[in-house]
Design a protein around this ligand. Structure first.
Ligand code: ZN
Length: 237
């Protein structure tokens, strides 16, 4: 019986939804993020705002929400050369992967998260990776997660479960999942406080939240929110 979880929590829509689900399932939940010279400190601020709002607005979850961990992963900037760690424009590479792809990043994240979970005696690692995303990062695929679960469990001699609640759902369903977990207040919290935009734009407010509205991350979030909103009873026709 699993009772405790460590959520890989970036402060975006996906990981916030995963955090809400973990809080609805487990007795003890901690969060972890990685600072690797992201171009936008706005992401790291967003996660603190989300944690604060969850504690304020969801008292039945607040008491389960334990320590938040921020691990310095500056070394990732030394080994990678991508648009998330350097000031270059987003584009698709000839490999078919976007230049936001940092080889091995998610493998590193999971390994460090497992080491932390080991020390904190947390059983489940929760991550918002998704195969239906446009990006198709190979280190976010279901097979990779299953292989990591086995490797980490064997390598640390501790049974870890890697949970991926968003693996097979699209962005519209992610909004719907948030609604099913925390109703309109959670959807509103995600709109207002989570951050997704690659450009770090917190100036332009849309129905789906803040962002430039044009980068691939904004487009995906906006399209998903539009599809979700259209399913609501009071949706405009
Ligand atoms: Zn954007």
């Amino acid at each position: 019986m699993h009772t405790s979880a460590l959520v890989l929590f970036s402060g975006g829509q996906d990981s916030t939804t995963c955090l809400a689900q973990a809080l609805s399932k487990y007795q003890r939940v901690e969060t972890v993020a990685f600072d690797y010279g992201q171009r936008h400190k706005v992401e790291l601020e967003a996660r603190l705002n989300v944690l604060r709002e969850i504690k304020t607005q969801f008292p039945h979850w607040a008491h389960k929400l334990g320590e938040d961990h921020l691990l310095d992963l500056a070394v990732l900037g030394q080994v990678s050369d991508c648009s998330l760690t350097r000031d270059v424009a987003f584009k698709m590479e000839s490999s078919g992967l976007p230049n936001t792809f940092v080889p091995g990043r998610n493998l590193l994240f999971l390994t460090l998260a497992a080491a932390l979970a080991y020390r904190r005696d947390l059983q489940v690692l929760v991550t918002g990776v998704c195969e239906t995303d446009f990006s198709g990062y190979p280190d976010c695929r279901d097979d990779t997660m299953k292989a990591m679960q086995l490797a980490l469990s064997l390598g640390m001699d501790k049974r870890f479960l890697i949970e991926t609640p968003l693996m097979w759902i699209d962005k519209a369903d992610t909004w719907a999942l948030a609604h099913s977990l925390g109703g309109a207040p959670l959807v509103d919290l995600i709109v207002e406080h989570t951050h997704t935009c690659y450009l770090g734009d917190r100036e332009h407010r849309h129905a789906w939240g803040y962002g430039c509205g044009e980068c691939p991350a904004c487009e995906l979030r906006a399209r998903g929110f539009g599809a979700y909103a259209a399913t609501l009873p009071n949706a405009p026709v």
